[in-house]
Design a binder for this molecule. Structure first.
Ligand code: SF4
Ligand code: FES
Length: 287
């Protein structure tokens, strides 16, 4: 059994310790190398008919799971069996299965996206687990992300925040040449890193306040660092924060749990940037 991570559950210390342990022990280059093995597991999975009904954990035994399967492939195997037995398969969200779309969101053993650092659920491999393990799988727990069914939550709140201002409203025509607009290298790098956010919601799920600030900060930084996003810089940040509050996300108390679990390693320095942007936009609006 892995050691219990230090720190209060949900704190940044807890998630950092957890990541550190699994990164070393369960890395493909870790103590077991690329060795292939099969395992039998016990899964405790959250089942819930819809947003109105009360959910519960159901226990499933899965056998002969290959260490080379992805976590979602393991679910596919279980669902095939459930369908074959005439039972309702487990509903879970997924699309790209390559860490791009952000839909495969779930807690695995209490950690958003599971034990591996900077890895989405779809890119998590079963070699992260050992024969005989019990794995607990739950949907995101946040008021602004209501459960639709089983492990699927409605992340429409993120879409509405983007609709409020996470875009540039200019007619761009056809794509311009890559270097037609000079952009300082440092800003280009920072904008690129912020644009890596896939909108998965792990930051909200890890936060004890269910704050969406890391997500909003990434989107604001991505656009405000580029000349194309500059004209709407002030209205954008005010509108996105207003929408975030309307959706019922909590406030940020800077525990850094969001950064510790983010599969795209979005830095909380973006939150500091967002706060500056918000303050200056607010001062300009008051004039
Ligand atoms: S900031 Fe990270 S955890 Fe939050 S939505 Fe973006 S990718 Fe997911
Ligand atoms: S299924 Fe697209 S990021 Fe996991």
């Amino acid at each position: 059994m892995p050691p219990t991570p230090k720190g209060e559950f949900g704190s940044s210390t807890y998630f950092r310790e957890y990541s550190k342990y699994f990164k070393i022990k369960n890395s493909p280059l870790g103590d077991r190398g690329m060795e292939h093995y099969t395992m039998n597991l016990t899964l405790k999975v959250w089942r819930q008919k819809n947003a109105q009904s009360k959910g519960r954990f159901e226990t499933y035994e899965v056998k002969d799971i290959s260490s080379e399967m992805s976590f979602l492939e393991m679910f596919d195997v279980l669902n095939e069996r459930l369908i074959h037995e005439g039972k309702e398969p487990i509903a879970f969200d997924h699309d790209c299965r390559e860490g791009i779309c952000g839909t495969c969101s779930m807690y695995i053993n209490g950690r958003p996206h599971g034990p591996w650092h900077a890895t989405t659920t779809c890119q998590l491999h079963m070699r992260a687990f050992r024969d005989g393990d019990t794995i607990i799988v739950e949907p995101w727990r946040a008021k602004a992300f209501p459960v639709i069914k089983d492990l699927i939550v409605d992340r429409g709140a993120f879409d509405r925040i983007i609709q409020a201002g996470g875009f540039i409203s200019v007619n761009t025509g056809s794509a311009v040449d890559g270097n037609a607009i000079p952009i300082e290298k440092e800003n280009a790098d920072k904008a690129f890193a912020a644009a890596a956010c896939i909108g998965c919601g792990a930051c909200v799920a890890a936060c004890k306040n269910s704050s969406a600030l890391l997500f909003v900060a990434a989107k604001v930084a991505h656009l405000s660092l580029l000349p194309q996003g500059d004209p709407e810089r002030k209205t954008r940040v005010l509108a996105m924060i207003e929408q975030m509050d309307k959706e019922g996300f909590g406030s940020c108390s800077f525990t850094q749990a969001c950064e510790a679990v983010c599969p795209k390693e979005i830095s909380i320095t973006n939150i500091s940037r967002l706060k500056r942007e918000y303050m200056f936009a607010g001062l300009a609006a008051d004039k």
